[in-house]
Write a protein that binds this ligand. Structure first.
Ligand SMILES: [Zn+2]
Length: 154
């Protein structure tokens, strides 16, 4: 049985510099300062004039990054992180975002279909490619592209 002794720096919970946090999170130092100014992370204590970040701050920053990837604005993120905001309001924000992300997926799936059609079409003129220009109001899968008017060569 041994007594665990750690170096002071290792056990100090508030010991991370802003550079350390930037390296750990992948955030730019300017972004960390910005989030602090916006109040998205609590006031960061300063020792010797330098910010010293605790585990809570880095966890909060990681959470902000994840939530940002979902497309939330910083204002929305503030609401999501604020446990004083009613849970039903935060939940509504998430439900709305989910719906918006699903819309984006549908849009991107439509882009994928157009690109696949254009790649498989083989015509030489994108401007006249019915699969691209007529895709919105024609059923390209039923209308052989070669029969569409204009601009195609066999
Ligand atoms: Zn075409």
């Amino acid at each position: 049985m041994s007594v665990v002794t750690s170096k002071p720096a290792a056990i100090e919970p508030n010991g991370l510099s802003i550079g350390d946090v930037a390296r750990q999170t992948g955030l730019a130092i300017s972004a960390i300062r910005y989030y602090e100014r916006l109040g998205l992370i609590g006031p960061v204590p300063r020792w010797g004039g330098k910010r010293r970040f605790g585990a809570n701050a880095t966890r909060r920053l990681r959470t902000i990054m994840i939530v940002q990837r979902a497309g939330f604005s910083l204002d929305e993120i503030r609401t999501l992180l604020d446990t004083d905001t009613r849970q039903v309001a935060r939940r509504r924000l998430a439900v709305e975002k989910l719906s918006s992300v699903r819309d984006q997926i549908r849009e991107l799936e439509s882009v994928v279909s157009s690109l696949e059609a254009a790649i498989s079409c083989g015509c030489n003129n994108l401007e006249h490619c019915a699969l691209i220009t007529g895709g919105a109001d024609r059923d390209a899968t039923r209308q052989p592209h070669g029969d569409a008017e204009g601009g195609h060569y066999a």
